[in-house]
Structures are given as structure tokens and as C-alpha cells.
Design a binder for this molecule. Structure first.
Ligand code: PMP
Length: 391
């Protein structure tokens, strides 16, 4: 008996990019203190008022099977939020609630791709993208967004790969680069999707964390509503990573088919979690601003520290909770740099290569520890880079 290739080939025979993170966790398990700047997990928990709402709902009895597409209340609330933020008519029928953005990535690719279809995505990318695409039997096809172009993808590079492709996955604000795609970039992307009849899967899980510029949802661009599937999540915006609640926005017939998929896979999201999400969204802006504020503050701390030296380059971070640092002046790869930094100073950062070839010579720093420790770690990192570059 053998396991299916679809499962065993999820990582494509290569590394899943998490080796350094795992090594840091092993050091911690051995009692070695490590400063972790690796994963996108807030250093605060879910706000007490959200947990109280969750508790009220659960003890009030909302613990049975919830309706599979999501509760009417949460679907209506998400639809209204999307409509207000994008100006695009959106109703409950355009929304399915999912157990987080990750399952939405899987479901949307299953909706868009037949086995063997090319599924395009932009490199650098969030580490699960290629595996998710392989998981639905499609062929992951990265398109480089170049550091020289500020990691904004170019329409002509996407068009060059578009023949035989069924979908294009984009992510703005971007993990790992922190870049927010500008209007010109998104208009170019939309044009390629129209010209080549592609589904556009738009991962917008960081849409409440924008420091410079404006987040534009490509679903709001002309003639894009019918071919765009938007992924949202409460994980990053409301520090609800463990609650597993997010959504897909798309054309009503697509959502109807996706609900059928959910019936056969997730069977929906816990009712008390949905009630907590509804409560959180109904609080308006203050909660999400409170969750986003530390990253904005730490970005400013990083900009000050990095301005004092010249061997670590900062890719201008416009959103999300990460910094992409160019360490090519050291002559090391991102992987070598991250491994040596971990061994020498017990600071764990992610090698750029974990996020694709376009991020080689870079490292990603998650701004997810308290301000003073964050500043100290970044200062050490810069000194370390300076020492290597001098040799
Ligand atoms: N997309 C991106 C770009 C992410 O960074 C993450 C989480 N790190 C996800 C999707 C998935 O998030 P979740 O499943 O918690 O909503």
C-alpha cells in the first residue's frame, strides 16, 4: 500500500522552507534562549473582549454544527465590510466563511484548476503556496517579482507564463516582502487575467496592516468581479490565528459550488468562533488598529536602526508584519546568513530563499517581539552583517 503522490509530493521533493525555524525551536527545547523573528504570530493574544464574546456564544449553546456557508450574521457583516472598503456590490451570497485563509487558498485553487493546469503565483511567496497548488493536482508556476522592481510583479512577466494557466495567485500587502502593490501593478495584473482568461486569487489577509500607500483589492477593478476570488482572514487583523476563521469572496455561483466543497471537507466553522468574529468586526476600527499598531511602531524603530549602517538594505516595508532585508553585501546567501546569525547570536530570522528564488540574498524579519528586544536584535543583526562585510 502506498500513499498518494498528491500527498507525498506536497513539498515537491524539496524543502518546505522551515528548516531554520525548526532548528531554532529545537535549540529552545534544549534550553538555549533564542530571539525568534521567524513566524507571523503576534506577540499579543486575542483581545479579552473577543474571547468573552466567544465564551458567551459557546455557553449560550452555539456549540453544535453551524451552517456550512457561515452564519447569516457573519456573512452579512463581511459582505458589508468588503462593499464599504472596495465600493463593489457584495452580498451574503458572495461570501463563504472558512476555517482560516489557508483552507480558503486550497478551496479557491481547487475551484480554479483542473489537475495538470498551470497555477501561477508570484515569487517571493508565502511558504505554503506551492504545496497548496500541488495539493489540488495543479502545477505551481512561480513568476519572479524582482528586487530591482521593488518586488512589484510586472505584467509582461506574468503574461509570458500565462498560456495553459488557469489561475494567478497574488498577495498584497505581501508576505514576505511587506510590499503593497500599487494601482499600476494591479491594473497590469488585471489586464493579463482578462487577456488570458485567468482566475485571479487575491490573498488579502494583511489588508488592515498598511503603513504607506493604499490597499487596492483587484476585485474592484473593471470587469474583475466575475473572475476574482478574494481571501480574507481574522488571523492577522484581529490576532485570532488560533481561532481559524476567514472567508472567500467571489461570484455567487462560485460560492455555491465552494459551499458544496465545504460540505465534503471542513463542514464549516465553529459557531462560537463565528460569533466571536462577528463581535470583533462589529467593534469597528479600534480593535484592528490596536492589533496593527505594534508593527507600525517597530517598522519605525527598524528604519532608524537601519539608517545608521550600510550593509543591510531595507526593502521599503509598506504593510504586513515583516521586514525584508537585503544582506547581499555580506556575500552570504540568506540561508548562510540566517544559520550563522542563529549559531552566533541566537537570533532566528527566515532565509529569503524559504520564500522563493527571487528573495535570495535576503532575510525576512518578523516584527513580532516587544519593541526593546526587537530593536536590540536588529542592532545585533546589523553589527553582525557589518563584521562579515568588512572581512
Ligand atoms: N496568506 C498569507 C500571505 C499568510 O501569511 C498567511 C499566514 N501566515 C495565510 C495566508 C494563512 O493565514 P490563516 O490561515 O491563519 O488565515
Amino acid at each position: 500500500m502506498e500513499l498518494s503522490h498528491r500527498l507525498t509530493n506536497l513539498n515537491g521533493g524539496g524543502s518546505d522552507g522551515w528548516a531554520l525555524f525548526i532548528r531554532a525551536r529545537e535549540m529552545i527545547a534544549q534550553g538555549i534562549p533564542v530571539t525568534e523573528l521567524t513566524i507571523g504570530e503576534h506577540d499579543i493574544g486575542t483581545h479579552r473582549v473577543i474571547l468573552e464574546a466567544m465564551n458567551r456564544s459557546a455557553t449560550g449553546g452555539h456549540t453544535g454544527y453551524a451552517t456550512i456557508p457561515g452564519t447569516d450574521g457573519l456573512r452579512d457583516c463581511v459582505a458589508a465590510r468588503v462593499q464599504t472598503r472596495t465600493g463593489q456590490a457584495t452580498s451574503r451570497d458572495n461570501v463563504m466563511i472558512t476555517p482560516g485563509g489557508q483552507s480558503a487558498l486550497f478551496a479557491t485553487h481547487l475551484a480554479a484548476c483542473n489537475p495538470g493546469d498551470k497555477a501561477l503565483f508570484i515569487d517571493p511567496y508565502y511558504a505554503t503556496y506551492p504545496g497548496t497548488i500541488r495539493g489540488v493536482g495543479a502545477v505551481p508556476t512561480p513568476i519572479k517579482a524582482l528586487a530591482d522592481n521593488g518586488f512589484q510583479p510586472r505584467a509582461q512577466d506574468i503574461a509570458a507564463q500565462a498560456n495553459g494557466a488557469a489561475s494567478l495567485l497574488i498577495n498584497t500587502p505581501n508576505n514576505p516582502t511587506g510590499v503593497v502593490y500599487g494601482r499600476e501593478t494591479l491594473e497590469g495584473i488585471a489586464q493579463v487575467c482578462r487577456d488570458h482568461d485567468l482566475w485571479l486569487i487575491s490573498d488579502e489577509v494583511y489588508d488592515t496592516q498598511v503603513w504607506d500607500g493604499t490597499h487596492i483589492s483587484p476585485r474592484a477593478l473593471p470587469d474583475m468581479q466575475q473572475r476574482t476570488l478574494v481571501i480574507g482572514s481574522m488571523s492577522k487583523s484581529h490576532a485570532m490565528t488560533g481561532s481559524r476563521v476567514g472567508w472567500i469572496i467571489g461570484p455567487a455561483p462560485v460560492i455555491a459550488d465552494l459551499i458544496n466543497l465545504a460540505t465534503h471537507t471542513t463542514y464549516g466553522v465553529a459557531g462560537f468562533v463565528q460569533d466571536a468574529a462577528l463581535f470583533a468586526l462589529n467593534q469597528g476600527d479600534w480593535l484592528e488598529q490596536e492589533v496593527a499598531a505594534p508593527f507600525k511602531r517597530r517598522r519605525a524603530i527598524a528604519q532608524t536602526i537601519l539608517a545608521r549602517q550600510n550593509t543591510v538594505g531595507l526593502v521599503s516595508p509598506q504593510g504586513a508584519m515583516y521586514l525584508m532585508l537585503d544582506i547581499s553585501a555580506t556575500g552570504l546567501s540568506g540561508e548562510e546568513f540566517a544559520n550563522r546569525l542563529l549559531d552566533t547570536h541566537h537570533i532566528a530570522v527566515m532565509p529569503g530563499e524559504s520564500f522563493g528564488r527571487a528573495a535570495a540574498g535576503h532575510i525576512r524579519v518578523a516584527m513580532t517581539i516587544e519593541d526593546a528586544a526587537f530593536g536590540a536584535a536588529l542592532t545585533t543583526l546589523c553589527q553582525f552583517s557589518g563584521q562579515i562585510s568588512e572581512r
